[in-house]
Ligand binder design. Structure first.
Ligand code: UD1
Ligand code: UDP
Length: 365
């Protein structure tokens, strides 16, 4: 039997790894263990509760206001003993967080093979997203198994010279997650507050947007909402003080906007599904909205998710005020442009990515 140690630590990794953990737990050929770093705390625990996943090991490293050194050092130091004690045959990491990078590095130092879930996403720019582009490229250098969510991501890996026998197109496990979270009969007090109004759903948290770009985004959203009282906006604010402070300062008194604490993943996915429009710099929300058919304006200059731009569901608008205003106004005033975005096809998978990854882990030598 193969022993697989799944390591993750932030909200988005948990949302995309929990469906896989649940599938692996059912496989007789695999012994599955889960280690969370606790890079996030409340936002991670919310997800573990929804998916009923109970980690075997919790490194509990989060400190309020942690920087990249704090996260890296704390995880590296604690993982040495965990990996020695667990002695897994494979370590599975996800995506591009510092948790994923340091887990890969720790496994590499001990000669343990690494499987990379959501492999092959690239912008080719080390400063955007920062430090995620470095993290995922570094994981790609070491990984034995590259689980690419799309054929586009797989092609990028092959272009970098990865062994074709080790690159697998699986779909994105976020679509697996949405098979359990998105419900026709979803009810929530926020739906009552929205009423018949059109919902604008927004999030923002990226490091490269901290400071002036984030303030600019908030000023634009404020102006747009005051100009369109017929819209109702919901913004679940990330727990990072670098995001919360300007968000509450600039947007705190807009009557048709609710600033709320991070939503549990069920509420988040169902509100995305009901939104008229989404504004976000999140990676996962780009995929979710593209899969759900919710038109989405991406508040970034680059994206590693070009599939959704190609199908027409996502549009890159950056953080420039005029571009954001022009795009929102067009979608409000031009039903044909709006419908073209809404009808775009889902490029991120069929909701069975976890089974494909489990098949490979169970059967590959
Ligand atoms: C991290 C990831 C980013 C991912 C994001 C998802 C890195 C370098 N960044 O960024 O790729 O998109 O998670 O949200 O790995 N906090 C809490 N409670 C929580 C979570 C966060 O209080 O449950 C606060 C803490 O003050 C913490 C701060 O938020 O210091 C930032 O968290 P951190 O993990 O350092 O960075 P993120 O911006 O969340
Ligand atoms: N999400 C959530 N509650 C929220 C905001 C986001 O559950 O209040 C989910 C969202 O559906 C997506 C993931 O968190 O699955 C995205 O996380 P985030 O934007 O923090 O990180 P990224 O994907 O950009 O790394």
């Amino acid at each position: 039997m193969r022993k697989v140690l799944v390591i993750f630590g932030t909200r988005p990794e948990a949302i995309k790894m929990c469906p896989l953990v649940r599938v692996l737990n059912e496989r007789p050929g695999v012994e599955t263990r889960v280690c969370v770093t606790g890079q996030h705390r409340e936002m991670l625990d919310q997800v573990l509760e929804v998916f009923d996943v109970h980690p075997d090991v919790d490194l509990s490293i989060m400190q309020k206001g942690q920087d990249l050194f704090d996260i890296t050092l704390a995880i590296l130091q604690k993982l040495r003993d965990v990996l020695r004690a667990e002695a897994p045959d494979v370590v599975l990491v996800h995506g591009d967080t510092t948790t994923a990078f340091v887990a890969m590095l720790s496994a590499f130092y001990l000669g343990i093979p690494v499987g990379h879930v959501e492999a092959g996403l690239r912008t080719g720019r080390m400063d955007s997203p920062f430090p995620e582009e470095f993290n995922r490229q570094a994981i790609g250098l070491v990984a034995t198994y590259h689980f690419a969510p799309t054929s586009h991501a797989a092609e990028d890996l092959l272009r970098e010279g990865k062994d074709p026998a080790r690159v697998f197109v699986t779909g994105n496990t976020v679509v697996d997650a949405m098979r359990t979270t998105v419900r026709e009969d979803f009810s929530h007090p926020l739906l009552d507050w929205i009423g018949p109004r059109r919902l604008l759903f927004m999030t923002a948290h990226r490091r490269e947007n901290w400071g002036a770009p984030l303030s600019r985004i908030f000023q634009v959203v404020r102006a747009l909402l005051l100009a369109h009282p017929d819209l109702a906006a919901i913004y679940p604010v990330h727990m990072n003080p670098k995001v919360r402070e300007p968000a509450f300062e600039i947007l705190g008194d807009v009557p048709n906007l609710k600033l709320v604490d991070p939503l549990d993943v069920v509420a988040c996915h169902n509100l995305e599904a009901r939104a008229f429009l989404c504004l976000t710099d999140s990676g996962g929300i780009q995929e979710e909205c593209a899969a759900l058919g919710t038109p989405t304006l991406v508040l970034r200059e680059t994206t590693e998710r070009p599939e959704g731009v190609a199908t027409g569901n996502l549009r890159l608008v950056g953080t420039d005020a005029d571009r954001i205003i022009a795009a929102v106004t067009e979608l409000i005033e031009d039903p044909a442009a709006y419908q073209a975005m809404r009808n775009a096809q889902n490029p991120y998978g069929d909701g069975h990515a976890s089974e494909r990854i489990a098949d490979i882990l169970e059967n590959e030598a």
